[in-house]
Design a protein around this ligand. Structure first.
Ligand SMILES: Cc1cc2nc3c(=O)[nH]c(=O)nc-3n(C[C@H](O)[C@H](O)[C@H](O)COP(=O)(O)OP(=O)(O)OC[C@H]3O[C@@H](n4cnc5c(N)ncnc54)[C@H](O)[C@@H]3O)c2cc1C
Length: 392
């Protein structure tokens, strides 16, 4: 795929940023589960948070394909994938929904801070009893005069412990099922909103994730994102963009793993020869290369479709499924060809494996991507019919 000169220049700019300001190792932060606030600030100052946002909204307006190419570069060059995950969560679950569904007042209030990095966003959809079946959520929004009262809890909110703004999905009318889901913009300091300490995750540990509880949490009428009952469209829009772009960092990471693995198998000698001369080692390297070459066009295609104003639900589900599986398998191959060195925490591939496993789960599990692809191909749905109240 030919990239435009503008995109090639942007990629160079992002690589300079990564080399100059984001070169620090993430090993200690991964161990401690610590958010890299300096890295966040460097990305914000380097304009990363403004990339996909239209110029009229204060962004750089480079489009999704260019943003994806930039994310590939960051994934290749920045050690701390958790930071990149946090940036993606902020962009696709916070910024883009406001750009697409926000009122002019909401944009004026929130976008400047979201784009200069002083405001961090996260979104709460998943609940303890509503994971894959997310629209079975039980968090409610009740009218009280001009205001809304939010009640419920969200179990897994990326950026939750560090977020200043949460996009909270709740149902305004459980009888309406999916049509009752509504998004709300809830500032962190809203009385009745509590965020937990960071959860102790297996991977992406520097991206802090927490639960939130909403108890008698009053927000004004103008906190609604979109229209009452428009939350499912807003959430699905988030997911469509996220599934493409968030995987781009893993494509970059697979490229880095391949470079490191090739270097390693050429240098490491056993039985008097470089281990790369042994077919079973070389085959893993070949498979790693093939995965990169099949994964990259899938994520870039989503960028092209969205930049053309077209739907990409099917393509996003295919990319999510393929790239996340490729990222896990490539991490396994990288660990294996490096032997005991690949198994150590001081290296990067051990962490890559833990980070990549999250990609099979977030933005909808891979099993649910298969369900979605089958449905979009016209196969009969395996999911139970919903009653009007949303229950199965
Ligand atoms: C790193 C990370 C970050 C996340 N960030 C956020 C966030 O910012 N905001 C947010 O709201 N959520 C977030 N999540 C939560 C994520 O969206 C959910 O974990 C995911 O939707 C799955 O829900 P669950 O964990 O409850 O699993 P469940 O839905 O309980 O699924 C358990 C298993 O059953 C399978 N399964 C369930 N139903 C079906 C079916 N019909 N057919 C086939 N298989 C099925 C699943 O695929 C899975 O393997 C994040 C998760 C991770 C790992």
């Amino acid at each position: 795929m030919e990239l435009s000169d503008d995109i090639i220049r942007l990629r160079q700019e992002i690589e300079d940023l990564a080399r100059d300001r984001l070169a620090e190792s993430g090993v200690d932060r991964d161990r401690d589960g610590a958010f890299w606030s300096h890295g966040w600030a460097a990305c914000a100052e380097g304009g990363v948070l403004r990339l996909p946002v239209p110029e009229e909204d204060g962004g750089r307006g480079v489009g999704l394909l260019a943003t994806i190419v930039a994310m590939e570069s960051l994934g290749r060059m920045v050690d701390d994938l958790g930071l990149l995950f946090s940036i993606n969560a902020h962009l696709w679950a916070g910024v883009i929904p406001i750009v697409r569904f926000g009122t002019e007042d909401q944009k004026h209030r929130w976008l400047p801070g979201l784009l200069d990095g002083s405001v961090i966003a996260g979104h709460g959809a998943t609940e303890s009893e509503a994971g894959s079946d997310v629209f079975a959520m039980r968090t409610t929004a009740r009218r009280d005069g001009e205001d809304w009262i939010l009640e419920g809890s969200k179990s897994f909110v990326a950026n939750g412990p560090v977020a200043d703004l949460l996009v909270v999905y709740a149902t305004t009318d459980p009888d309406l099922g999916e049509l009752g889901i509504t998004g709300f913009l809830v500032p962190r300091d809203t009385p009745g909103l509590q965020c937990s300490e960071p959860l102790d995750k297996m991977g992406l540990r520097t991206s802090q994730t927490g639960a939130i509880v909403l108890e008698d949490c009053r927000v004004p009428g103008d906190a609604i994102l979109g229209r009452p009952g428009g939350g499912a469209a807003c959430f699905n829009c988030s997911m469509e963009w996220e599934r493409g772009a968030i995987l781009a960092m893993h494509v970059g990471r697979m490229e880095r793993q391949l470079d490191e693995a090739v270097r390693f198998v050429k240098e490491r000698r056993q039985f008097g020869r470089p281990i790369g001369s042994y077919q079973s080692v070389a085959n893993r390297i070949v498979d790693m290369k093939m995965r990169i070459e099949t994964a990259r066009p899938l994520v870039r295609r989503i960028g092209m479709l969205k930049d053309d104003g077209r739907q990409a639900m099917l393509e996003a589900a295919i990319a999510k499924l393929h790239v996340s599986e490729a990222a896990v398998q490539s991490s396994l191959d990288a660990v294996q060809v490096m032997g005991s060195r690949g198994y150590l925490r001081e290296g990067i591939v051990e962490r890559d494996l833990r980070d990549a496993l999250g990609a099979r789960i977030y933005s909808g599990t891979n099993e649910m991507q298969r369900v979605m692809i089958a449905r979009l191909l016209g196969l009969p749905s395996s999911l139970p019919e919903r009653r009007p109240d949303g229950s199965a």
